[in-house]
Write a protein that binds this ligand. Structure first.
Ligand SMILES: [Zn+2]
Ligand SMILES: [Zn+2]
Length: 371
């Protein structure tokens, strides 16, 4: 059993997940994690991270990350005596999007407010559908299984010293209602013709996905990474509003109702921590104030949703455009927080581009149309 696992399993999580004895006092400390690309991790970065308070290294793992590279990561982490985990992007997946354009999310078309971001995009013809490249949500039945197999295959590349897996983007794609807000993640085919069948139960698809990966890797901590929904400040007439939802009253509409419908099964099923993606700059939020507000909203969602206490909440902060020193200062800012903190020193791409793909009038895709 990996001797570093207790460090990332604060609270009572370790006991629930593994037979690991929590022998070290470090086991009680909340995780302070640094997220980097596997290729960038070296002894210097490990030493600097540790010196500034990190007790967990998380590496971005994708199709291009080789087992050889992961072996190097594992040995470097062992030399530095620090726990490490992997981060896998699920929903935003260029390889599956190119292979199966019909599995891609749609930008939502019940509202076409998202079009203000792409003023020159033509309207789809009867034989076309607009898709959100490269987002392949697990809410589509064939995508669910393909994504599951992909994650399992990537996870099998990880050496035994890897303590856990962060799984990002298990909701629908950005702008899912058509409002244009990157955080609007609750809908599949809202006002657009489907080009792939949905799973039987969309609401608990993320929790089933996570449970399935957990079953395959019972000794690893599986941490889903969640995105909170559109906020009141994004409403069309909000004072000092962001305008992020265009003219759509998202936060007063279905967003949070459907968020909670997916959140409750996840919070119940997942035994360990769940992370919130506080990508402030990417989501056009104030990086000084929003991560704390996002964490509070995440831990106490509206509509009497299941709350998440500090020993299960992980705040993932965008730090990829910050100098390393400024990024590490964030650990000091959260010194007294008993929630986990993860600094993303390398980019977690959330971008999307609308693509017209060929589809028949009843929505079936004829063939790969590329992008
Ligand atoms: Zn919306
Ligand atoms: Zn929304």
């Amino acid at each position: 059993m990996n001797r570093f696992l207790p460090v990332i399993a604060w609270g009572c999580v370790a006991a629930a997940l593994t037979a690991c004895a929590r022998s070290s006092s470090a086991a009680e400390e909340p995780p302070r994690a640094v997220l980097v690309r596997a290729e960038r991790l070296d002894d210097g970065l490990l030493a600097r991270s540790k010196a500034r308070g990190a007790n967990l290294i998380v590496v971005l793992v994708d199709d291009a990350t080789t087992p050889l590279r992961l072996g190097v990561v594992g040995r470097a982490a062992a030399r530095a005596e620090i726990a490490w985990a992997a981060w896998i992007e699920v929903g935003r997946c260029p390889s599956l999007a190119d292979e199966h354009p019909e599995w891609m999310a749609s930008p939502g078309n019940h509202h076409d407010d998202w079009r203000r971001l792409f003023p020159n995009l033509p309207k789809p013809s009867e034989h076309q559908a607009i898709k959100l490249w490269p987002w392949v949500p697990i809410g589509y039945e064939p995508a669910y299984e393909a994504q599951r197999q992909r994650v399992l295959e990537l996870a099998r590349r990880l050496p035994p010293s890897c303590s856990g897996l962060f799984l990002n983007d298990l909701q629908a794609g950005p702008s899912s209602c058509g409002c244009g807000n990157d955080q609007c993640r609750w809908a599949l085919d809202y006002g657009t013709k489907p080009t792939a069948p949905k799973v039987a139960s969309v609401d608990d698809v993320a929790s089933r996905f996570v449970a399935s990966i957990q079953t395959a890797f019972p000794d690893r901590l599986i941490v889903p990474v969640w995105t909170t929904e559109c906020e009141d400040v994004d409403l069309p007439n909000a004072p000092d509003g962001t305008g992020l939802c265009g003219g759509v009253p998202c936060s007063k509409g279905d967003c949070w109702r459907r968020y909670v419908a997916a959140w409750n099964p996840l919070a119940k099923t997942v035994r360990g921590p769940i992370a919130v993606a506080a990508w402030s700059e990417t989501f056009h939020r104030d990086p000084k104030t929003w991560p704390d507000a996002a964490l509070a909203l995440f831990q106490h969602p509206p509509r009497n949703a299941t709350p998440l206490d500090d020993t299960r909440a992980f705040l993932a902060i965008e730090a990829w455009d910050k100098p390393e020193d400024a990024a590490f200062k964030l650990f000091e800012h959260y010194r007294t927080s008993s929630a986990g903190v993860l600094l993303a020193l390398d980019k977690v791409d959330q971008s999307w581009t609308p693509k017209l793909i060929k589809a028949t009038s009843n929505g079936e895709v004829k063939a790969s149309a590329g992008h």
